[in-house]
Ligand binder design. Structure first.
Ligand SMILES: [Zn+2]
Length: 481
């Protein structure tokens, strides 16, 4: 009986599907037409499908929106330079970047090459093997800012591409095709209707908004149109400006796969699930995956320091040891967007937020009801008294990372909690200090603070003053390329 009904239905459907006005058929045909024209425009004669390797050397400026030393524009800039290289036939990807800004200096590399994949830190002089290399995740950012690679990927994944329509921006007509790569949200690609070159692309990120990429100039190398620049905008604000200094098409990249023998091989970074460490009696560091909160049992209430992601799970873990004792205060270290993510959670807990007076506006904006938010601001320092202990909250700014930085300090135990200035590595030797760490150490001296243990918002390990001194005296292995 069932099969008869299915057959009948199939007959009805078959007759209506032939209709030339079917939306999906029209849509897929339009997408294929745009993709074919783009392939020809970016590399005439089917050359894009034969592309073997692409090497791009770049200089990049990043505007630190929400991550600057101050709270208002103009935003601080960080500058980086380096290269990215992909070998499409052999599933190899290599990238290396020197970066400076926001109180941080770095010189890192990644090699994705099957069993010979490494994470490299040229400043610290270390190499860590990557046991499960993920080519798609590692190379995705490079593909998305390189039109030859992006158009090639679109063509290879045309079975999940859709024609989104046509639009006009600043007098230029575009065809827009959407598709998704193996990692990340869907992308809309804007092809100039005249030249069929990719001029812009867009993605929507939950919690962030509209991310736009712009490709204004091209040069032709070995018959392939390669972009000379790319610009990135977040919700319309300029975020990244990149100039491609050198582009090489179909040149070997074997020489980029060798690991400098002078680098110390250190253990691979391990997954770091949520955990709770009791640092001292009634003092816990709870966190995982790069974000940690300090909780202190004050006798009649609990104090928390740190406003990073994942605060609800960290409070759940705290409840296992303190029961229903009220969480009365939540201290925010500074105004950067990843350090005010917990504002809403403290608000729901009914806790009083503690923040630098200079950061009040940003903290209120991060709350569900900013006006009603219970907030105590700190201009220089404040003391919280509990039944069993007291805690000092001190603005130790300015530093190279932020104009104001609150630290929480337990005078009796000499335990200090900070963010973004001194993170103990999960494993391996202490890396050389960056400017943010140097200015943190100077600030501790200025405020005459001695810490037996330093807890950090981004480190699972407590550090000591000796660790801090070791970072300050450690020499940089290689400052730049
Ligand atoms: Zn920060």
């Amino acid at each position: 009986m069932k099969s008869i009904i299915s057959l009948v239905l199939a007959g009805v459907l078959a007759s209506s599907l032939v209709c030339a006005d079917n939306l999906t058929e029209k849509n897929v045909a339009a997408a294929n037409e745009v993709i074919d024209a783009a392939l020809e425009a970016h590399a005439p004669g089917g050359k894009l499908e034969d592309l073997g390797t692409l090497i791009i050397e770049f200089d990049r400026v990043v505007y630190s929106f929400g991550q600057s030393r101050g709270t208002e524009p103009p935003w601080d800039k960080s500058e980086s330079s380096g290269f990215s290289a992909i070998d499409l036939d052999n599933s190899v990807f290599v990238t290396r970047t020197t970066n400076s800004g926001g109180g941080f200096e770095s010189h890192n590399g990644t090699i994705i090459n099957a069993d010979e994949s490494y994470q490299l830190d040229y400043r610290a002089g270390t190499a860590a093997k990557i046991s499960e290399p993920d080519l798609d995740t590692a190379s995705g950012p490079f593909i998305r800012v390189s039109p030859p690679l992006l158009v090639r990927t679109l063509a290879a994944r045309r079975a999940n591409a859709y024609y989104l329509g046509e639009t006009q921006i600043d007098g230029v007509d575009y065809d827009v095709v959407g598709f998704s790569m193996t990692v990340g949200p869907a992308i809309s690609l804007y092809f100039d209707k005249d030249s069929h070159l990719l001029r812009r692309s867009e993605r929507i990120f939950a919690g962030v908004g509209l991310v736009q990429y712009e490709f204004l100039d091209y040069e032709t190398i070995n018959g392939i149109a390669v972009n000379r620049t790319f610009n990135l905008f977040i919700n319309g604000d300029a975020n990244v400006e990149q100039k491609n200094r050198v582009a090489k098409v179909d040149k070997p990249l074997d020489h980029l796969l060798a690991v400098d023998a002078r680098l110390d091989v250190i253990p691979e970074v391990q997954p770091d699930p949520l955990s709770r460490q009791e640092i001292a009696d009634g003092v816990w560091l709870i966190g995982g995956n790069g974000t940690y909160v300090m909780f202190v049992d004050m006798g009649d209430y609990v104090f928390a320091a740190g406003g990073t992601a994942g605060l609800p799970e960290r409070i759940d873990s705290l409840r296992e040891v303190v029961g229903e004792k009220p969480l009365r205060y939540g201290m925010l270290t500074h105004h950067h967007f990843d350090h005010v993510m917990g504002v809403g959670t403290y608000e729901e807990e009914g806790a009083v937020l503690i923040a630098s007076a200079a950061h009040e506006k940003i903290v209120r904006e991060a709350a569900a009801d900013g006006e009603a938010l219970k907030l105590e601001t700190v201009a220089d320092r404040m003391t919280l008294e509990g039944e069993t202990r007291s805690i000092e909250i001190i603005d130790i700014g300015p530093t190279a990372h932020t104009e104001h930085l609150l630290v929480a300090y337990l005078p009796e135990e000499q335990i200090l909690f900070e963010a973004d200035h001194f993170a103990m590595p999960q494993a391996g030797p202490m890396p050389p200090a960056v400017s943010s760490t140097r200015t943190f150490a100077e600030a501790l001296g200025r405020k005459e603070l001695t810490a037996r243990l330093i807890l950090s918002a981004h480190s699972p390990r407590a550090g000591t003053m000796d660790d801090l001194r070791a970072a300050l005296t450690k020499e940089v292995f290689q400052a730049s390329r």
